[in-house]
Design a protein around this ligand. Sequence first.
Ligand code: DP6
Length: 325
Amino acid sequence: MSRVFTAEAHPNIAVVKYWGKRDRALNLPAVPSLSVTLERFRTRTTVTWGIDGPEDEVVLNGAALAGPSADRISAFLDLFGADRPRCRVYSDNNFPTAAGLASSSSAFAALALAADAAAGTGHDPAALSAIARQGSGSACRSLWGGWVEWPVGRAADGSDSHGRPLAPQGHWDVVIVVAMVSAGRKPVGSRAGMLRTEQTCPFFPAWVESAPADVAEARRAVLARDLERLGRVMEWSTLKMHSTMLSTEPAIRYWKPATLAAIQVVEELREQGVGAWYTMDAGPNVKVLCARADADRVSLALAGAVDRVEVLGVGADATVAPAVS
Ligand code: DP6
């Protein structure tokens, strides 16, 4: 009899960024990072362990996947058993996929949780996070809600490079205002972008060297609930990361005119005394960190610069349960 489990995970946004790898096969990061999990946006994934037929069946947002995207899911499922049966994976996101909104973080976290339950492998959370990391690095941080660190680790097999919860969802009631510039797919994926950065950016070593201090600063800021301190280091990490992207050959520029317009809005808000700080990932969207009390003012101001604005609080842990048919 096949086993069917459904998991839900929320995407996370890095406040100190992961960009670059020290090991491609194991997907180990060159830098430590620290993230906040988002509420409301989620991936829901159902895994059926054991189906008839010659191949795995993978359906994302209602469309069957084939080729390299489907192969990536099958290779990931192999991590739960080399001689596993064929599986079915149904997954959907309630937010735009691959638009710099960290959909791979929630996708591989939900897939890892559902596959672990359906396969009956029973990994502990740290081991499961290390497996999720092999699907997509940022996914190792999405097993937990609240604030999560991901250290580089020392072990050759990568077993100590996984998410570590720093503070739970209820620790601090801040919001992330997502300013959506474009819901289209990104020009260069994170994986290819990181490789190009490692290979051609002359500043990459400096980026790697400066990251641990940024994580330490962000950790202190989160624990002290010091928004300004966190916002400053988040912007610095963001701009350093995008500087490495812009100085690759050929350059990787994720920003669009509306990205800069949104940044300017945030800077103007700060001049007016509103505590708001921005970050961007491998895409043009701008995410703004602020106090809940300022969320309306910040979103109103951003609405003048971008297509769509969403206010998201801090999200909860990923969950898994037997699927209901
Ligand atoms: C810019 O986790 O998507 O969002 O490990 O190659 O799958 P892979 O990369 P991915 O990269 C995320 C990069 C980032 C910053 C971050 O989330 O830390």
